[in-house]
Write a protein that binds this ligand. Structure first.
Ligand code: AMP
Ligand code: MG
Length: 493
């Protein structure tokens, strides 16, 4: 009787759905329903994502709230969880899968909608299938912040909370993040079928991803028309581009396991991530990463290591080890090229010249030596370029002589071209606002007291982080307080 009652009421989100990942069939997923979270409430919403999905203006209704927390089925959908495996901290971890994320479906516009924290699945492995409010707000804000910075990422439509409690180190309130992306497929999906010697499924998955997201791999004459090798190369290039952006903005992901690597080169699975405060190349943001495997300056190498795992998984399809290795090669050129291009833009340089690499290396060395605040340095340098006053930049350094020597080189490099043009490029390349740990923490603490205004304010700044937003400097664009360095964040929560 209760089943019938449940099914008579459905939520119509006003979206049209189409078959997507689920067409791959039962070897790839398990159909199931989210487990309802009791007494749900809205925590935060991104209207930008709602528009991208094509949701109607009045989308945040009570029935949507209940649908996104599992109490109402979404009309026209058959939710499911997918299976994947992966390497965690450099070690083969075997089967993982969506242990707490449930896919609602794919919209006609080609966006998958997923509920993270929606209850147990066959892949929960002893976990409770839930996400806590704290980490859900972090994921929501950072997804939208990355997008605002122009960095490829999965998006977040909203966080919906509940007073239901879940146990972590202590009891915390549960929440769901509604995530959106063209695909949530990870390197680990490929590793799963390769490790289980399921070549038919491996091929079906690769064909699906190539046809949907990398169609140019079918027609290229790279690798003698080997589409799987071309695919691996394309993923390597996208990943290289992503890593260049992370390194340039000072983003530390924290858990770059192969199951947290998007096949589309998106930033995915926000956990213990951090934007650097003081510049420390060896910074480790994940409290449980005791060896520093995922330290900030290790990220580019780790991405390459992860691509190697993907190559190994694709080997049965590529058919030749040398070709597979050749397909990875582009990472080694694309990463440095992209990174230098990003850094040149930060320096206000619209062309490249000999000596630029030394200029970049020089400034990073100075920043590291003084643990200078990374975001503030670049923003002050941009304003210095605009108004000719570099004193506020100089003030950031104890090693004034070192700074002056670098500044001389920097000024010489800018001798040609107009200052206004360079300043414009810099102000578009060096954000004023990033999601610093302490800013997230303040918004979270207010939200835990049912005050959601802080999350909304932060969201608005992070969506347009290159704009000045007058009046927000002290609270949102200043140096982190001392207590910021005591915030400890570890893996899944
Ligand atoms: P993560 O570190 O968040 O990327 O998660 C690694 C794996 O653990 C994935 O398979 C997740 O689905 C799973 N997982 C993390 N937290 C939970 C949880 N609370 N309940 C069930 N599975 C989880
Ligand atoms: Mg994950």
């Amino acid at each position: 009787m209760s089943l019938l009652a449940e099914d008579t009421e459905v939520a119509d989100l006003g979206l049209r759905w189409k078959p997507g990942f689920s067409t791959l069939g039962p070897a790839f997923l398990t159909e199931l329903r989210p487990t309802p979270l009791p007494d749900p409430y809205w925590v935060c919403r991104s209207e930008a994502v709602a528009r991208e999905l094509g949701l109607p203006a009045d989308w945040h209704s009570d029935s949507t709230l209940r649908a996104l927390t599992g109490s109402l089925p979404v009309a026209g959908t058959r939710p499911f969880a997918t299976v994947y495996s992966g390497h965690q901290f450099g070690v083969w971890a075997g089967q993982l899968g969506d242990g707490r994320a449930i896919m609602i479906g794919e919209t006609e516009g080609g966006l998958e909608v997923q509920l993270k924290g929606a209850g147990r699945t066959p892949y929960s492995r002893g976990g409770d299938g839930r996400a806590v409010l704290r980490s859900s707000i972090r994921e929501f804000l950072c997804s939208e912040a990355m997008h605002g910075l122009g960095i490829p990422t999965t998006r977040a439509l909203c966080v919906t909370g509940s007073d239901a409690r879940v146990r972590r180190e202590e009891l915390e309130s549960a929440a769901v993040v509604t995530r959106v992306a063209p695909s949530f497929i990870r390197f680990g999906h490929f590793e799963h079928f390769a490790a289980n010697q399921r070549e038919d499924e491996l091929r079906a998955l690769a064909d699906y991803v190539i046809d949907r997201y990398y169609p140019a791999c079918r027609t290229t004459d790279r690798f003698n028309g080997n589409a799987y090798a071309a695919f691996l190369e394309a993923v390597s290039e996208r990943t290289a581009g992503l890593l260049a952006q992370w390194q340039a903005v000072g983003f530390c992901h924290g858990v770059m396991n192969t199951d947290n690597m998007s096949i589309l080169g998106l930033t995915i699975d926000y956990g213990p991530f951090q934007f650097l405060d003081g510049f420390d190349p060896r910074h480790i943001c994940n409290h449980s990463d005791t060896s520093g495997r995922y330290a900030f300056n290790q990220q580019p190498n780790v991405a390459y290591w992860n691509l190697f795992c993907l190559a190994q998984a694709l080997l049965p399809l590529i058919g030749d080890q040398e070709v597979a290795v050749a397909a990875l090669e582009s990472y080694k050129t694309v990463f440095p090229t992209e990174f230098e291009a990003r850094m040149r833009a930060k320096l206000g340089l619209s062309d490249s010249a000999e000596g630029d690499r030394a200029l970049v290396e020089g400034v990073l060395k100075l920043l590291a030596a003084g643990k200078v605040d990374y975001t503030i340095f670049w923003r002050r340098l941009s304003h210095g370029m605009a108004d000719g006053n570099v004193e506020p930049v100089r003030d950031l350094f104890l090693d004034r002589e070192g700074f002056d020597a670098w500044m001389l080189l920097f000024s010489e490099r800018h001798a040609i071209g107009t200052r206004a043009e360079a300043a414009g490029l810099m102000l578009r390349s060096n954000p004023k606002f990033v999601l610093r740990n302490h800013l997230g923490q303040q918004a979270i603490e207010a939200s835990q007291q049912k005050d959601q205004a802080g999350v909304a304010t932060l969201l608005a700044l992070l969506q347009t982080p290159f704009e000045e937003h007058p009046g927000t400097d002290d609270a949102y664009a200043g140096f982190p307080p001392d207590w910021a360095s005591t915030i400890e964040i570890s893996c899944s929560s």
